[in-house]
Write a protein that binds this ligand. Structure first.
Ligand SMILES: Cc1ncc(COP(=O)(O)O)c(C=O)c1O
Length: 428
């Protein structure tokens, strides 16, 4: 019998690049079961989506219940309880001075957030950061600067977006202060040379850069951005599509910094796998967004909202504390590995949004080695993803319900995979 992968070749285009050839039949907690009945420890969680664990019983029950009352109402047509209740719960958690607009994907939320900023500021300038990832629609591909492949052949129709370096304190000879100053200086150059701050509608940043390499933004950098935005009437947008929903040990990464964005975007873990995203904006701006200026058929679907309510109920203080505790333990275990394998040039992250970067003796990115480690880990039934513009960073995005024993298992497999890969690929 042909595998799912083999069957896919006849009917699917290669465009959606997959990290594995696994055909998955079932998910439970931190584990996935493939079509041969093999179980895998899932440290990808569908790229940071199954934050409550695969098939969390409370989420499943909430969706099942909703299925019997209303599957689709259309938020451009009617109001329904799950939509309103989720908005109320989310606003309660984010702050009473925010309002929420629901859509389907991270890219769609980012498009919505930028449209809101353009709409209320009546300005057209958009600034994002090098190595960022914001999505794959034309606007969000234009905002993205982590891989030329995402923009190839589309360049002519991408709207103008200006990019500034995101501080990378792990790969610089500068001090943290100097690295922040370098990036802020680039922003000043953009303001001076190409886009006046008074023409800038928004600055969009991932507080923890995801695809770009799991780089937490230094607090001083975000503080300075907040000040600049306030001075010039620019809206500060946090893309928390990957860093949100408990991933860093807070509901949103912004809570580590104590900095309030004007607009926050959320997706991925918001409904634990049912497509849903949100633009969460300060009421003073949301209230100016004119009726009809944005919309969509499926946004805030009742099933997704029911799942979203269950997710917020699950993500209470104890849950978030668990993420911080396990994240600290995991990071400590990764640092032990770093002592054993000096090719691990840094261990970094927040909560369970953690990564290791691999660089050889000349500080060159160990891209091939990372690829081999992921293969070796998969053979040992651990699913890992990479990130970083050179694909030399292994990111760990497990379901947030993992226990110490899952971390220990992952570390044992990672250790064996590093050892085997170094033998095969070697180290320069
Ligand atoms: C930070 C960030 N923003 C936006 C997106 C796009 O989200 P989606 O794939 O749901 O459109 C992603 C997806 O990985 C992301 O990590």
């Amino acid at each position: 019998m042909k595998s799912l992968y083999e069957r896919s070749l006849a009917v699917l285009p290669p465009v959606a690049k997959r990290a594995t050839k696994l055909g998955i039949i079932q998910g439970q907690g931190a584990y996935l079961t493939d079509e041969k009945g093999e179980k895998y420890l899932d440290f990808a969680a569908g790229v940071g989506v199954a934050n409550c664990g695969h098939n969390h019983p409370t989420v499943v029950a909430a969706v099942e219940k909703q299925l019997h009352s209303l599957v689709h109402g259309g938020h451009n047509v009617v109001y329904y309880p799950s939509y309103i209740e989720l908005a109320e719960k989310l606003v309660r958690r984010v702050g009473a001075d925010y309002k929420v607009y629901f859509s389907n994907s991270g890219a769609e939320a980012n498009e919505g957030a930028v449209k809101l900023a353009l709409s209320v500021t009546k300005r057209s300038g958009i600034i994002t950061f090098n190595s960022s990832f914001h999505g794959r629609t034309l606007l969000t591909a234009a905002m993205t600067a982590s891989n030329a492949q995402y923009r190839k052949n589309y360049e002519g129709v991408l709207p103008p977006v200006y990019h500034v370096d995101f501080p990378d304190i792990y790969n610089t000879n500068l001090s943290e202060k100097e690295e922040i100053a370098r990036c802020l200086n680039q922003l000043q150059q953009v303001f001076h040379n190409v886009l006046a701050p008074t023409q800038t509608a928004c600055i969009v940043i991932e507080p923890v850069q995801g695809e770009g390499g799991y780089l937490p933004a230094p607090k001083e950098f975000l503080t300075k951005l907040r000040e600049i935005c306030d001075r010039f009437g620019i809206l500060l947008i946090f893309d928390e599509v990957q860093s949100g929903y408990g991933r860093t040990g807070e509901l949103f990464a912004k809570d580590h910094y104590g900095i309030q964005p004007d607009i926050l975007t959320s997706a991925k873990g918001i409904a634990n796998g049912i497509p849903l995203s949100a633009v969460i904006g300060k009421s003073e701006y949301m209230d100016q967004w004119e009726p009809g200026a944005h919309g969509g058929t499926f946004g805030g679907n009742p099933l997704a909202c029911a799942a979203g309510i269950a997710v917020l109920d699950i993500m209470n203080n104890d849950f978030l504390q668990h993420v911080s505790k396990i994240g600290t333990y995991f990071t400590a275990r990764l640092r032990e590995l770093q002592e054993k394998y000096p090719i691990i040039s840094s261990v970094r992250g927040l909560g369970l949004m953690v990564a290791v970067e691999l660089r050889d003796k000349s500080k060159e990115p160990a891209t091939e080695l990372v690829s081999q480690i992921r293969k070796e880990a998969l053979e040992r039934h651990l699913i890992l993803l990479n990130c970083g513009v050179f694909h030399n960073v292994i990111r760990f995005i497990p379901p947030l319900i993992i226990e110490k024993s899952d971390v220990d298992k992952a570390i044992t497999i990672l250790d064996a995979s590093l050892d085997a890969s170094l033998r095969k690929v070697g180290e320069n």
